[in-house]
Design a binder for this molecule. Structure first.
Ligand code: KG4
Ligand code: ZN
Length: 349
């Protein structure tokens, strides 16, 4: 089954063709980051309008690269939430309309299910059951995954998502948007041990995260040392390194706890923050030390992309899932409300 995947939940237009027999055939990604950079964050209306411009040319580029015709498409998968509602509606409308025109089924995909299945696109995919650390711009959660569509959230963030904490800290330090990669680059030059940073929520049991205290601590430290007016050449890099290390340590502690609690031997890490090299190295080391396997999608499939949506949609379409003609999208959508593909209808709450 050849599935066209469409991702438009935020500021990336992602298209891909996934073939259940031959794997990923092609994918294209257009990042709107330059359009939003001047505003220091994503402007929803600009995002929606740009998805309109890019979707069909990128879909055609995927078809060309794979050497297939439109009529070869057997199903269309589109991200229906969670995300920016205007941006989601563009992908949902185009996806649903394309499927109607092609006479094939369409399926609405949960963006976070896409992220947590992204490691399945790799040559050695992890086996179910596993624990997933999902860390993106909008979410930080640990999820017990027993099968596709069987998800139990073990812990979530009480305030900011991990990526959001990176983005806000980068803004504070004048590093621009998106913050994660910028902090990560600067952290390589800094001394993570120069300042003391808290490891939030690690001194008590549980798998919840909280990053707002760490954010405030970082702001206070920056301002105490003069902020923008500081003449200390390494201040910015040392703060970036200390902040990043605090986030990494916190996640490693929580992941180890989740592995112990579930008795699972397989961790997967997905979502934009999963592209952080320091986090990947620290979790790999923890896995080796404590005896669990750690799998990631390749770097480009950690952040938003169409391939993960095509893959997740394909699994559901193979089981016979198909959407009504109505265009469906929702800004909020609980991961735990999903059902396995063979139970077809998902309840969206
Ligand atoms: O999954 P994603 O592309 O979009 C959402 O679904 O939110 O994640 C984007 C987030 C942003 O907050 C970005 O700053 C963060 O992932 N990010 C990183 C890195 N690359 C992207 N955070 C830390 N280190 C990175 N290398
Ligand atoms: Zn995402």
């Amino acid at each position: 089954m050849l599935v066209l995947g469409i991702e438009t939940s935020c500021d990336e237009t992602g298209l891909a063709l996934y073939d259940s027999a031959r794997g990923l055939r092609s994918h294209r990604l257009y990042s709107q980051v330059d359009l939003h950079a001047d505003y220091g964050g994503v402007v929803p209306e600009i995002a929606s309008r740009d998805h309109v411009r890019k979707l069909l040319p990128l879909a055609q580029a995927c078809l060309d690269e794979a050497g297939v015709e439109r009529s070869d498409i057997d199903g269309v998968a589109f991200t229906a939430g969670p995300g920016l509602i205007g941006a989601l509606l563009v992908g949902a409308a185009v996806g649903r309309a394309l499927a109607l025109a092609l006479g094939c089924p369409a399926v609405a995909v949960h963006h976070m299910e896409g992220h947590l299945l992204a490691p399945m696109l790799e040559a050695e995919p992890p086996a179910f059951p596993f624990v997933a650390l999902l860390v993106s711009g909008g979410h930080s959660m640990l999820v017990e995954v027993t099968d596709i569509g069987r998800y139990r959230v073990l812990g979530e963030t009480l305030d900011d998502a991990a990526g959001e904490a990176f983005d806000k800290t980068a803004k504070l330090l004048g590093l621009g948007y998106p913050g994660g990669p910028a902090i990560s680059r600067l952290a390589d030059e800094g001394d993570a041990g120069r300042f003391r940073f808290p490891r939030p929520m690690t001194d008590r049991p549980g798998l919840e995260f909280s990053f707002s205290g760490l954010k405030t601590h970082t702001r206070n430290l920056w301002l105490e040392h003069g902020g923008e007016t500081s003449s200390d050449p390494s201040l910015r890099a040392d703060i970036a390194a200390g902040f990043q290390q605090a986030v990494i340590d916190t996640m490693v502690i929580k992941c180890r706890r989740a592995m112990q609690q579930t008795g699972s031997g397989q961790l997967i890490v997905a979502g934009g923050v999963g592209a952080n090299r320091g986090l990947r190295a620290a979790l790999k080391a923890a896995g080796e030390k404590y005896g669990f396997l750690v799998s990631y999608p390749r770097l480009e499939f950690c952040t938003d992309n169409g391939a993960m949506i095509a893959y997740a949609g394909c699994q559901r379409l193979l089981a016979g899932a198909s959407e009504e003609l109505a265009i469906q999208a929702q800004a909020r959508w609980s991961l735990e409300s999903l059902r396995p593909p063979d139970e077809h209808r998902e309840q969206r709450t």
